[in-house]
Design a protein around this ligand. Structure first.
Ligand code: UD1
Ligand code: MG
Length: 461
């Protein structure tokens, strides 16, 4: 990596633009609140920006975007209403930027894959003497991005928005990534000169490049990989960004020592934590908040969120861990088992077809197939306590609140409504009735009646 790795910047202020309505998303929710790897788009941007440790960060939002303001706290929020373009958005932050005297870095809230190292390179180029530093990239399909128009000497002459391009300009492959690093002392002078005489009748931030050039200021361009600068404007862009994010998360998981049997089918969240020698089978989904210890095996088709799995545990195939599932070391959770807000201590097993909710299962306890904790009466949730070494037979219904003591046995098919003391046997099921030979005589009776009927019906012809 270059010399310009992220470091603390005392003279750096950041403005994140996110006031746009995002109409192309066709959503009731602000564009930047859509999630990538489980985290709102804008928080990916905040994370990249945060790595530079700027002296302040200002987020420009539209009216009615309280949810976004809440999500970006403690960043300072200013409201741009109505949104009249990216240049106008930066102007809205004028008061909030008072006293900033080094570099002002403008980034877009809709460009979540940007790496802190790239932003740091822009800031470094600015500090090396450029008044304005733009971010260029060369996507396979330049589509609707703004184009960087170079002067004959190779320096940046101006940026032209797609809707304002000529056919010749549309052929340019170098596109505008959006972010810009500007010398604080020049920024507002350049912005004040903007006009909105363009196809979208907006004040474009991009126009400050031509203005800086007219003023004889030095302009720089930093180039980034196309996978970093993907701007999200539509659901299709969102899916493309998710694919890139997942590719990165899978690579990172493998680099850290996890085996992914079929990486393309494993979905991670931004905060998934995997230990060493974890093996993840195909078609596994990690929602937010999952922590996995060393030597855990997660077999195919598991779905997990807000759960922790301690070392040496085995999960799946087809297990579902819901929020608050805490599996201790060497726990086994097998197929079609759902666990919610429940702790299973070391070596406990629930291998088949169970629902365990609001429960504590002691060490080495065994939960038989089909066992259900009945934790909800339509109004409230109740706890189930299963002691260490208890054996719960198959198809047991534990009606909470209820406790099964250490080492107790609960017979298969029992409905347990009362606490079971330690080392006791509980049976709560109908008594079995046995009638020797009954089936044989039943069949004989039925068969005789059927034959008699067939004879009368045949004779009646
Ligand atoms: C913008 C750039 C374009 C670049 C592309 C990269 C401008 C004029 N155009 O186009 O050159 O190729 O990004 O992704 O800068 N916003 C506001 N207030 C406004 C308008 C926009 O805060 O009045 C915010 C949006 O919420 C968004 C960002 O600025 O986060 C960019 O706006 P958007 O409308 O997405 O611009 P693009 O058309 O993508
Ligand atoms: Mg955009």
């Amino acid at each position: 990596m270059s010399h310009a790795g992220p470091e603390r910047h005392d003279r750096l202020a950041v403005v994140v633009l996110a006031a746009g309505k995002g109409v192309r998303m066709r959503s009731a929710m602000p564009k930047v609140m859509h999630r990538l790897a489980g985290l709102p788009i804008i928080l990916h941007v905040m994370r990249s920006v945060g790595a530079l440790e700027p002296e302040r960060t200002i987020v420009v939002l539209g009216a009615g975007m309280e949810a976004v303001a809440e999500a970006v706290r403690p960043a300072h929020v200013v409201v741009q209403e109505p949104p009249l373009g990216t240049g106008h958005a930066v102007l809205t932050a004028r008061d909030a930027l008072r006293g900033a005297d080094g570099t002002i870095l403008v980034v877009f809230g809709d460009t979540p894959l940007i790496a802190p190292e790239t932003l740091a390179r822009m800031v470094a180029a600015r500090e090396d003497g450029a008044a304005v530093v733009a971010l260029g990239f060369r996507p396979a399909d330049p589509g609707q991005y703004g184009r960087l128009v170079l002067a004959p000497d190779g320096s940046l002459d101006r940026i032209v928005e797609f809707k304002d391009t000529s056919a010749a300009e549309r052929a340019i492959g170098l596109c505008n990534g959006g972010a810009m690093a500007v010398e604080a002392a020049c920024l507002f002078g350049l912005l004040d000169g903007l006009c909105a005489e363009n196809a979208q009748k907006e004040y474009y931030l991009t126009d400050i490049v031509a203005a800086a050039r007219r003023a004889g200021l030095k302009i720089g361009v930093i180039e980034a990989g196309a996978d970093e600068v993907l701007g999200i404007n539509s659901r299709s862009d969102l899916a493309a960004a998710e694919a890139e994010m997942q590719r990165r998360l899978r690579e990172a998981a493998m680099a850290e020592g996890a085996t992914l049997i079929d990486p393309a089918t494993v979905y991670f969240s931004h905060d998934t934590k995997l230990g060493r020698d974890v093996i993840v089978g195909p078609n596994v989904f990690f929602g937010p908040g999952v922590t996995v210890g060393d030597r855990v095996t997660i077999k195919g088709f598991c779905y997990m969120e807000s759960a922790s799995i301690a070392e040496g545990a085995e999960v799946g195939p087809f297990a579902r861990l819901r929020p608050g599932a805490r599996l201790g070391p060497k726990v086994h959770v097998g197929n079609f088992v759902e666990i919610k807000n429940a702790t299973l201590d070391e070596g406990a097993k629930a291998n088949h077809l169970s629902y365990i909710g609001d429960a504590h299962v002691g060490a080495r306890a065994n939960i038989g197939a089909g066992t259900i904790t009945c934790n909800y009466d339509g109004f409230e949730k109740y706890p189930t306590e299963i002691g260490a070494g208890a054996f719960i037979g198959s198809d047991v219904t534990l009606v909470a609140p209820v406790k099964v003591g250490e080492g107790a046995y609960v017979g298969a098919g029992s409905v347990v409504t009362e606490d079971v003391p330690a080392d006791a046997l509980a049976l709560g099921r109908g008594q079995q009735i046995l009638r020797e030979g009954w089936a044989r005589s039943f069949r004989a009776r039925k068969q005789a009646a059927k034959s008699a009927r067939a004879k009368t019906e045949g004779g009646g012809k």
